[in-house]
Design a protein around this ligand. Structure first.
Ligand SMILES: Nc1ncnc2c1ncn2[C@@H]1O[C@H](COP(=O)(O)OP(=O)(O)O)[C@@H](O)[C@H]1O
Ligand SMILES: [Mg+2]
Length: 232
């Protein structure tokens, strides 16, 4: 069931769901909208489990975007659903380790710098919380990186976010390859340098998330990986 309503002031003649995105928590889909003049465009609808989660994400999207961070424009926020700009392009997860990996690392460092700057401007000590690479989209044509999913924004240290990000990068399927190890080391260096983070605290956070991944997935992180992280 689709709950999201288009803004009342939009002059549209019809809309339909053309794609459902993979989502664990919510119902997220792309709507193709046909305006009364015949033009067709896409927006994203997101139905939340709770009204509070919707309100919170709506507030954050607006505030971050006003401060220049790359997040989708919010078009309409209802009781427990919203309509936002559709960011066309691949998930960072699907391209992070490909041909343009170094460009994506630079793009991610830039995007994170803007997001943390904006969060800090709103309230000191806020972080993203959920650093899954499915929450980042590489904008088609432009190549800059947008963040979606602000539900897990919480208080904490940026080093914890970045440590989590590095641990996820190392362990995405196929996990712990030499290629992922090299790229994640580059990601670590670029991000801590760009954001001015404490390297040791970020390494500890990476190791802690690797231990959490071991418990969650019942796998063992190879000692070579643990030692490589220590040497970063
Ligand atoms: N504005 C958007 N533009 C394009 N795709 C989006 C947008 N928002 C969400 N998505 C897609 O929907 C997926 C789930 O959205 P997300 O906000 O992360 O919801 P969840 O809280 O369920 O994880 C994302 O991984 C992405 O593929
Ligand atoms: Mg998500």
């Amino acid at each position: 069931m689709i709950a999201a309503e288009l803004p009342g002031e939009w002059d549209v003649c019809c809309h339909r769901v053309v794609e459902r995105f993979r989502s664990k928590k919510n119902d997220v889909y792309r709507l193709e909208v046909t305006g009364s003049a015949g033009h067709v465009f896409s927006v994203v609808g997101k139905d939340f489990r709770t009204a509070e989660a919707c309100r919170r994400e709506g507030r954050l999207l607006g505030a971050l975007r006003d401060r220049g961070a790359r997040v989708p424009e919010l078009f309409h926020c209802g009781d427990s659903s919203m309509i936002m700009e559709y960011i066309r392009g691949p998930l960072l997860l699907d391209v992070m380790f490909g041909d343009r990996a170094l460009q994506h690392i630079a793009g991610l460092a830039t995007a994170l710098g803007d997001i943390y700057g904006a969060l800090d401007d709103m309230e000191a000590g806020m972080i993203l919380g959920d650093m899954n690479l499915r929450n980042f989209i590489v904008r088609e044509g432009v190549g800059d990186i947008f963040r979606v999913d602000l539900e897990s924004v919480t208080r904490g240290r940026v080093e914890d976010d970045v440590g989590r990000l590095c641990a996820f990068c190392l362990s995405y399927d196929p996990p712990f390859t030499a290629h992922k190890r090299r790229l994640t080391a580059s990601l670590f260096r670029s991000v801590i340098c760009w954001l001015g983070l404490d390297a040791d605290v970020t390494k500890l956070a990476t190791q802690a998330e690797l231990s959490a991944i071991e418990r969650r997935r019942g796998v063992e992180v190879p000692g070579t990986i643990r030692r490589a992280v220590d040497r970063w």
